[in-house]
Ligand binder design. Structure first.
Ligand SMILES: [Zn+2]
Length: 78
């Protein structure tokens, strides 16, 4: 079973009530200043299977910024 890392989006989770993996539904629980809190519900019996926080675009943009290059690599030629 392949595991995916990076963007965590669960499409199926193990449901203890159903006794097997079930497709999940996302439900918006809370809107926070830092992002949105979603809850995963079993699509069959609506048991809560987990939560996920989705951070806003501002946070994602910060993480995407390239690192500034150190100026030390420049050589002075005389
Ligand atoms: Zn279930």
């Amino acid at each position: 079973m392949p595991q995916q890392f990076g963007t965590f989006t669960a499409s199926e989770l193990y449901c203890p009530k159903c006794g097997r993996s079930q497709p999940v539904r996302e439900r918006l629980l809370l809107v926070l200043p830092s992002g949105e809190l979603y809850e995963f519900l079993c699509s069959r019996c609506a048991t809560s299977l987990g939560k996920r926080t989705v951070t806003g675009p501002a946070v994602a943009a910060t993480a995407r910024q390239p690192k500034p290059r150190p100026a030390r690599t420049r050589r002075l030629l005389r």
